[in-house]
Design a protein around this ligand. Structure first.
Ligand SMILES: Cc1cc2nc3c(=O)[nH]c(=O)nc-3n(C[C@H](O)[C@H](O)[C@H](O)COP(=O)(O)O)c2cc1C
Length: 226
């Protein structure tokens, strides 16, 4: 595609709307519904999300990971704790997630804090991974500069040989998951004329004095201008 064509690329969004009445009481339940829709629609890698972290000097960076767990606590993904993102999240847990569900004219934005999962949780999930991925987790010093593809292939062969053909591959100490506890979750639905629907759950301190149907909920819902 020629670069000047980019300015002409635009899509009219008409798939549907999102109203306050459509919302689940909490953002994880709401996210579960939309994830279900994304799976049912046959989207490619519906659990792929962008994770953004921030370096010690305040510079953001983003990369894709796969959502591998979801419960009332929040969103879970697995990675190498020694990677760039691992170092940044350990030093500054503030992070953002983005689910880009273009074909449904939807996106979900999450802002929150990342904490490491326990060794037991990591071992439990690692055991379910395909063997080739398990060996790869031992072989790859994720985010480090490497001399060549040949060096990576050698590391992979060595790691495979170390555990034998059928031996159990334990979780590497530097590999594991992060739980992202949400402080805000925005559900975005494209609408005609760029008048999109944006509804954001924001965690407010519990014990707030609010009255009405949301009283006692730690979540406040706000509509944002598109
Ligand atoms: C669709 C997709 C899914 C990915 N899933 C993961 C994942 O679950 N965990 C992971 O560590 N990297 C995953 N990656 C690779 C990351 O995008 C990234 O290259 C890697 O984690 C290193 O990032 P960092 O150097 O910023 O730490 C995925 C990449 C793509 C394109």
């Amino acid at each position: 595609m020629k670069e000047r064509d980019l300015s002409q690329l635009r899509q009219e969004y008409a798939a549907g709307g999102l109203s306050e009445a459509d919302l689940a009481p909490d953002p994880v339940a709401m996210f579960r519904r939309w994830l279900h829709d994304a799976v049912a629609a046959g989207l490619h890698e519906p659990n792929a999300m962008v994770v953004s972290s921030v370096s010690a000097d305040g510079r953001p960076s983003s990369r894709m990971v796969l959502l591998k767990g979801l419960d009332e606590r929040g969103f879970v993904f697995f990675t190498n704790y020694g990677s760039r993102k691992g170092g940044e999240l350990d030093a500054n847990p503030a992070c953002a997630l983005l689910f880009p569900w273009h074909d449904l004219e939807r996106q979900v934005r999450v802002e929150g804090e990342a904490t490491r999962l326990s060794d037991a949780e990591n071992a439990g999930y690692f055991a379910t991974r395909p063997r080739a991925s398990q060996v790869g987790a031992w072989a790859s010093p994720q985010s480090a500069v490497v001399a060549s593809r040949a060096e990576l292939d050698k590391r992979y062969a060595e790691a495979g040989a170390r555990f034998g053909e059928d031996g159990v591959v334990p979780a590497p100490p530097q590999w594991g998951g992060y739980l992202v506890t949400p402080a805000a979750v925005e559900f975005w639905q494209g609408r005609r004329g760029r008048m999109h629907d944006r509804l954001r759950y924001r965690r407010v301190s519990t014990g707030s004095t609010s009255v009405g149907p949301d009283a006692g909920s730690p979540w406040r819902v706000e509509r944002l201008a598109p």
